[in-house]
Design a protein around this ligand. Structure first.
Ligand SMILES: Cc1cc2nc3c(=O)[nH]c(=O)nc-3n(C[C@H](O)[C@H](O)[C@H](O)COP(=O)(O)O)c2cc1C
Length: 357
């Protein structure tokens, strides 16, 4: 058996990606009960709701699951830049009879400084905790490990992968440029080689001693079999689960994912202040020409995007949402999570046997 699966206590090399605001306890439990690793994302919520979400997963499964936190550097406020950004968005608000908020705030706290969330994780001891956007301080990693928690962290290049392995994290999530949602880049201002899943997975498998979980553009069993053939220990799929009935994605997000616009996804900084892959929509179009330096820091920019989305939605326009999706979006299926896992398993076996998918 794949030693990584044995270590975590799962049957299938399939990780349902943590998707803050989209993955739910129902989804995570269904995936874990079906033999994969279900995940919830508690990056943008406080410690107590995170505790409740963990309890909600536990109410539905006694199998291992993953809890994901954001290790982004704390936001740097810049009042003139934020005011200029709001002024730039004002005509969009006006289009829907609304005005921008008077100012923007850092709408959630990074795990780097969130002692209460660390205490919840150490007390609750989920089987796996995963880090996105960087790594927490050594003492935080030590506290989670001492609680018997297996740790994962996202890397988008070799340097990040080396940092993950050196920090004593148990597995690295190799997130290719194809991936939906936020890129896990440690420093959003650093040059980005935009490595694809195939090259990145192979690079990390060859260079690191820790298991690699490939992520980005994997939508079916053939994709999972492909990354396993590259030496990955498992595949992490996000977009493939967005349209599941257990998903908390807005109806407009599901409709856009399953509809014709899915041919186009784009990376934008403008929604949250960090690069993320989204279905092309009104927000990505309006911000396509905005220079990077004009956008407030993460997650301050997200405050503006959420306000604009709410204003437009109230007027019946859904094209300003954070409709995160990867390049594999046109391959998305709307199936219950357990059924999707069963299909992925069958397709993976078929592909591994060399049968056409
Ligand atoms: C809707 C959505 C939300 C996401 N939210 C998170 C998150 O909260 N934490 C995280 O580590 N990754 C998040 N991701 C990224 C996934 O972990 C993963 O890297 C990505 O989904 C893989 O690419 P794919 O979407 O093409 O499968 C999100 C992805 C999507 C599509």
């Amino acid at each position: 058996m794949n030693p990584f699966l044995h270590r975590i206590g799962i049957d299938l090399p399939i990780v349902q990606a943590p998707m803050a605001g989209v993955s739910t306890p129902e989804m995570a439990a269904a995936v874990s009960n079906a033999g994969g690793l279900g995940s919830i994302g508690v990056g943008p919520i406080d410690a107590e709701p995170a505790r409740q979400m963990i309890a909600a997963v536990r109410a539905k499964t006694d199998r291992p699951f993953n809890v994901n936190v954001f290790c982004s550097r704390p936001a740097v406020a810049n009042a003139p830049r934020e005011a200029a950004w709001l002024a730039r968005l004002a005509p969009e608000f006006a289009r829907y009879g609304a005005t921008p908020p008077p100012h923007l705030t850092e709408i959630y706290q990074s795990f780097l400084t969130d002692d209460a969330k660390l205490a919840v994780l150490v007390a609750e001891r989920p089987a796996v905790v995963s880090f996105h956007f960087g790594l927490p301080a050594r003492e935080r990693i030590a506290a989670l490990r001492a609680a018997g928690i297996v740790l994962f962290a996202t890397a988008t290049n070799l340097d990040e992968g080396k940092a993950v392995a050196a920090a004593g994290v148990d597995a690295v999530v190799a997130q290719g440029y194809e991936a939906g949602g936020h890129r896990g880049v440690f420093d959003p201002d650093a040059p980005d080689d935009r490595l694809g899943t195939m090259a990145l997975t192979r690079l990390l498998v060859k260079s690191l001693d820790v298991p690699v979980i490939a992520a980005g553009g994997i939508m079916d069993g053939a994709g999972i079999a492909a990354v396993l053939a590259l030496g990955a220990s498992a595949a992490q799929l996000g977009t493939a689960f967005v349209a599941c009935p257990e998903s908390a994605a807005e109806a407009s997000h599901r409709a856009a994912l399953l509809g014709p616009p899915t041919a186009h996804t784009v990376i934008t900084h403008a929604i949250s202040g960090r690069p993320a892959r989204c279905l092309a929509n009104r927000f990505t179009t309006l911000s396509a020409s905005v220079e990077h330096g004009a956008i407030p820091d993460y997650p301050i920019a997200y405050d503006a995007a959420k306000a604009l989305h709410a204003a437009a939605k109230a007027a019946g326009e859904f094209g300003y949402g954070a409709q995160w999706a990867g390049q594999g979006a046109p391959l998305a299926r709307s199936l219950p999570a357990a059924e999707l896992i069963a299909r992925l398993r069958d397709e993976m076996r078929q592909a591994a046997a060399g049968l056409p998918g």
